[in-house]
Design a protein around this ligand. Structure first.
Ligand code: LMR
Length: 330
C-alpha cells in the first residue's frame, strides 16, 4: 500500500463515508470488504477499518484491503451472492440475514435469549457457538472468521411504544429473519422485510411505521429523525458474521493465510471490547441530536418478554432444542 497519496477529494469522501480508502500497489492482491453500515462511530465501521489498517500495514506488499461501507458496493440482497462469485472477499452481514442458507443462526434472533452482549459473547465462545461459525461451510463455501457484536436492539415507531399493545396494527421493518417476522406478528403488528439501505426512506414516507435496531444504527442512519421515539426494549441481539469464502482462504499461501487469520482474530477480540462504549456514545448522540428515548419500568418490560418469548417454541425444531439451551444458559 502506498502510504501518503490520498487526494483531498478522496480524503473528504473517506471521512464522510467512514471509508478506509486504500491505495493499493500494482503487485498487491486487492481484498474487497463490503458492508452496509455508515458513519464514523458505528462498531462495524470501526472494526472493518481497523482490519484494513492492520492488514495493509502488516501484510504490506501482499494483501490490500479496500472497505466499501454504506451498501456502496453491494447491499443486503446481493452481498452473499457476490462473495460466492468472488466479486468481494470479506463481509460482515447480520446473523439475521442467513435464513436461506441455515436456520441455525435463528438462535441469535430469539427474543430475550441473551440478557446482554456479555451473555452473547459468552455463548460465541462455547463449543456450540464456535461450531456455528462453520455452519455453512459444507455447502455454501462461506467461512465465519468471527462474531462481531453490534448491540442489543430497541423498537422505534411513529408513536410512543410503552407496552406491546401500543404496537398493534403497526407495520415494522425487519431483516430477512423468520424469527423476527414471527416476533412482530406475536405483537399483533405486521413485519415487512426490507434492505437496510431502504429503511430511512420507508420510515420517512410511511411505508412502514417502525423498526428495531441498535443505538449505533439508529444514530448513524438518523432513524430518530423520522420516528416519534425509541423504546429501551433490549429485546434482541444484533451481531455480525465476519466472513469470507473458503475459495479466498484457499487461494492464500499457508503463511499468508495464517497471518491473515491471526489479524482477523485479534481485530474481532478488540472490536467486541469496544461495542458497549460505542453503543452508549451513540445513545447519547441520539439524545443530543433531539431524539427521544422511552425507558421502561420492570413491569412494562415484562409485558414485552411475555408477548415475544412464546416465539421460541415455533423454532425449536429448526434451530434445535440443545442449541437454544446452550445459548440461553451460556
Ligand atoms: C439491519 O439490516 O438492520 C442491520 O443488520 C444493519 C447492520 O448491518 O447493522
Amino acid at each position: 500500500m502506498k502510504k501518503i497519496s490520498l487526494t483531498l477529494t478522496s480524503l473528504a469522501l473517506a471521512l464522510t463515508a467512514g471509508t478506509a480508502i486504500a491505495n493499493c500497489d500494482p503487485g498487491e492482491r486487492v481484498v474487497k470488504f463490503s458492508h452496509v453500515t455508515g458513519g464514523t462511530t458505528h462498531p462495524k465501521v470501526v472494526a472493518a477499518n481497523s482490519l484494513a489498517e492492520r492488514v495493509n500495514t502488516e501484510m504490506n506488499g501482499k494483501l490490500c484491503v479496500e472497505v466499501f461501507p454504506n451498501s456502496t458496493l453491494f447491499g443486503d440482497s446481493k452481498e452473499l451472492e457476490a462473495l460466492l462469485l468472488g466479486d468481494v472477499q470479506l463481509l460482515a452481514p447480520s446473523l439475521s440475514k442467513f435464513g436461506s442458507y441455515t436456520p441455525k443462526y435463528g438462535v441469535f434472533d430469539l427474543p430475550f435469549i441473551f440478557k446482554d452482549m456479555d451473555h452473547a459473547i459468552r455463548f460465541t465462545k462455547t463449543e456450540e457457538g464456535k461450531d456455528l461459525l462453520l455452519a455453512m461451510d459444507d455447502y455454501a463455501g462461506f467461512v465465519g472468521l468471527g462474531y462481531w457484536m453490534s448491540g442489543m436492539k430497541y423498537f422505534s415507531a411513529g408513536k410512543e411504544l410503552i407496552v406491546p399493545s401500543d404496537a398493534e396494527g403497526l407495520k415494522f421493518r425487519v431483516q430477512t429473519s423468520d424469527v423476527s417476522k414471527q416476533m412482530i406478528s406475536a405483537m399483533g403488528a405486521s413485519p415487512q422485510a426490507m434492505a437496510f439501505s431502504e429503511v430511512y426512506g420507508a420510515l420517512q414516507t410511511g411505508v412502514v411505521d417502525g423498526q428495531e435496531n441498535t443505538w449505533s444504527n439508529i444514530y448513524t442512519k438518523k432513524f430518530y429523525e423520522v420516528q416519534d421515539s425509541t423504546t429501551e426494549t433490549n429485546h434482541q441481539l444484533l451481531a455480525y458474521l465476519f466472513m469470507t469464502s473458503s475459495e479466498f482462504l484457499a487461494s492464500l499461501s499457508s503463511a499468508d493465510r495464517a497471518q491473515f487469520i491471526q489479524i482477523a482474530d485479534e481485530v474481532t477480540q478488540a472490536a467486541n471490547l469496544n461495542v458497549k462504549v460505542a453503543e452508549a456514545a451513540n445513545r447519547a448522540n441520539i439524545l443530543k441530536a433531539g431524539g427521544k428515548i422511552n425507558s421502561l419500568t420492570p413491569a412494562q418490560r415484562q409485558q414485552w418478554v411475555d408477548t415475544m418469548s412464546p416465539v421460541w417454541k415455533q423454532f425449536e425444531k429448526d434451530i434445535g432444542k440443545d442449541l437454544i439451551q446452550a445459548a440461553a444458559g451460556a
